[in-house]
Design a protein around this ligand. Structure first.
Ligand code: CA
Length: 236
């Protein structure tokens, strides 16, 4: 039902992790955050995938079958600057240091919250990304400018005040124009959690958002209703 757009411009994350339940959760959160995700449960295959797929960032578990996470990191670092976030259940200080000395860009201790991982991924990508010349990441669509770092929306040159929930909804939708999101997905992306039965609260947020950014809120141009599903941002 959902149309998934995986364009060449999407940021690609490689997850190398052997706990399939973790992979499932991380994939879901990262995809909702607008990333394209590829995964493998083996260290040696991870290296092969890294070479072939050239991801923008690697989320790397330490303890892996096939090849240890440290060796995978070492191999990647020997050949490139691909950002690496080490994920580990080992709490010993030495392991943390080794991870960072290897050139990992950050590390995350298990257990973690998936939202924290998404936040770290964003931070590392922002720090290491190719956009060093322009400090703020901006999405430009039609006469809208969404500044992801300043958390502002500018419409036809004028700043529009949005609540944090409205802003978060807008970013989710506008990050993947043309992709239909269910109400539950939107609720989850806006609040970090979602409960069945509360999906309709999204409609109220969308209504407010439309009144702020649509030229004619009665005939929405930017945020389209997808009947039986939810909403999507107009594809330009
Ligand atoms: Ca593991």
């Amino acid at each position: 039902m959902l149309e998934r757009k995986i364009g060449a411009t999407m940021t690609k994350i490689l997850i190398i992790e052997d706990e399939s339940e973790l992979v499932r959760i991380l994939r879901s959160y990262l995809e909702k955050a607008g990333y394209s995700v590829i995964t493998t449960g083996r260290g040696d295959l991870g290296l092969v995938m890294w070479e072939r797929e050239k991801p923008d960032l690697v989320l790397l578990d330490l303890n892996l079958p096939g090849m240890d996470g440290l060796d995978v990191a070492r191999e990647i670092r020997r050949k490139s600057e691909t950002p690496i976030i080490m994920v580990t259940a080992r709490v010993e200080e030495t392991d943390r240091l080794i991870g960072l000395e290897l050139g990992a860009d950050d590390y995350i201790l298990k257990p973690y919250s998936p939202r924290e991982v998404v936040a770290r991924v964003r931070t590392v990508l922002r720090r290491t990304g190719p956009r060093t010349g322009s400090p703020n990441q901006v999405i430009r669509l039609g006469d809208l400018e969404i500044d992801l770092d300043a958390h502002t929306l500018i419409r036809s040159g004028e700043t529009v005040d949005l609540t944090p929930t409205e802003f978060s909804l807008l970013v989710t939708l506008a990050s993947q124009p043309g992709r239909a999101f269910s109400r539950l997905q939107l609720l989850e992306s806006a609040q970090g959690s979602a409960y069945e039965g509360y999906e309709r609260t999204i409609d109220a947020h969308i209504k407010n958002l439309r009144s702020k950014l649509e030229p004619d809120p009665k005939q929405p141009y930017y945020i389209e209703t997808v009947f039986g599903v939810g909403y999507r941002f107009r594809k330009f």
